[in-house]
Design a protein around this ligand. Structure first.
Ligand SMILES: NC(=O)c1ccc[n+]([C@@H]2O[C@H](COP(=O)([O-])OP(=O)(O)OC[C@H]3O[C@@H](n4cnc5c(N)ncnc54)[C@H](OP(=O)(O)O)[C@@H]3O)[C@@H](O)[C@H]2O)c1
Length: 300
């Protein structure tokens, strides 16, 4: 079967689509034929930065169909999604067939196709867990910085669903409408336009820290790499694997609460191009990698 891997860190030229043995389903695991995955910043950073061990198979998001299962909750033919913490476990999802612990999987949302479903796992879990760590609730005024990004776009919709009033900061004027369509009320592309001290929660996903807008006693949560600002109680949120929470997110997609956005989908053979497109930025949806259906065997 094919898998996307790297033997060294660097530009998109270090990405290799290579033949590797198909994984064997272990105790408690589920063997999944990959239909689609999506790109996340961590994939580009793992490729480019000195993080993770080499050689590595890349990919965190998985949207596919169960081939074999050692977990009674999943059966062959089930459509599933999962997030695999590739850096920590070495289990990359950019492969024709992936075996993962059943606890990481959830039924895929039925309302959308596998490509859209592939945009949900990492970004959705990050948004949900960051909002939970900020204890967002009804009536809170929430500012999402990076409001049309992979995480930010889902955070806007989730915070609205929790009853918050949500505003957004975006990188460019052309993204203002996209953020409004996701449910943000006031959307600006210049932090200076944000009032002082009005937000109970600031969720920071990108760009400079926006501390002047945080209300006294407010919660400042960042998922970005930059060091935290000097604000009382500021914290970072790091995504954790959870099939249970993915199931909750999939149900929100089926209930029409969460809209998933695909900016482009490319076959896995064009993974270098997908990275370039993603890293150029300026997108209002995610870049999806697709895996062609097997012609022989299970993952070939
Ligand atoms: N802590 C964790 O567990 C965790 C989990 C997931 C992601 N992350 C990190 O969180 C960050 C965001 O991830 P993502 O998947 O949402 O990335 P993304 O899809 O690239 O979204 C980032 C968004 O922020 C926008 N942006 C950039 N600079 C901005 C600025 N100065 N003001 C307002 N918006 C700005 C980008 O716009 P342009 O495209 O126009 O630049 C883009 O819309 C990444 O650094 C990622 O590595 C951390």
């Amino acid at each position: 079967m094919r898998a996307v891997g790297i033997d060294m860190h660097g530009g998109t030229d270090v990405l290799r689509v290579r033949r590797v043995p198909e994984p064997v389903v272990g105790a408690g695991e589920v063997l999944v034929r990959t239909v689609a995955s999506s790109l996340n910043p961590v994939d580009a950073k793992t490729r480019e930065w000195e993080i993770g061990t080499l050689p590595a198979n890349l990919g965190w998001d998985l949207s596919g169909v169960v081939l074999d299962s050692e977990d009674e909750r999943f059966r062959p033919g089930d459509r599933v999604i999962a997030m695999s913490a590739q850096i920590a476990t070495g289990r990359g999802t950019w492969a024709d067939v992936v075996s993962l612990p059943g606890d990481l999987l959830a039924a895929a949302p039925g309302r959308v196709g596998p490509e859209e479903a592939a945009t949900l796992p990492l970004a959705g879990l990050t948004a949900l867990q960051a909002l939970e760590s900020a204890d967002v609730g009804a009536g809170d005024r929430v500012l999402v910085v990076g409001a049309v990004g992979g995480v930010g776009g889902l955070a806007v919709q989730l915070a609205r669903h929790l009853g918050a009033r949500v505003d957004g900061l975006v990188s460019r004027t052309s993204h203002v409408d996209a953020a409004r369509e996701l449910g943000a009320e006031l959307v600006v592309d210049d932090p200076a336009e944000l009032a002082d001290g009005v937000y109970q929660v600031v969720l920071h996903t990108a760009g400079p820290h926006v501390t002047h807008a945080l209300a006294e006693g407010g919660r400042y949560v960042s998922i970005a790499d930059a060091p935290l600002p000097d604000v009382p109680g500021a914290s970072k949120s790091y995504v954790e694997q959870s099939g249970k929470q993915l199931g909750e997110l999939a149900r929100l997609v089926d209930d029409g609460v969460l809209r998933l956005r695909v900016a482009a989908d490319l076959p896995v053979e064009r993974v270098g191009e997908a990275h370039e497109l993603f890293e150029a930025g300026g997108l209002t949806g995610k870049v999806v990698l697709t895996f062609s259906p097997p012609t022989t065997g299970r993952g070939e």
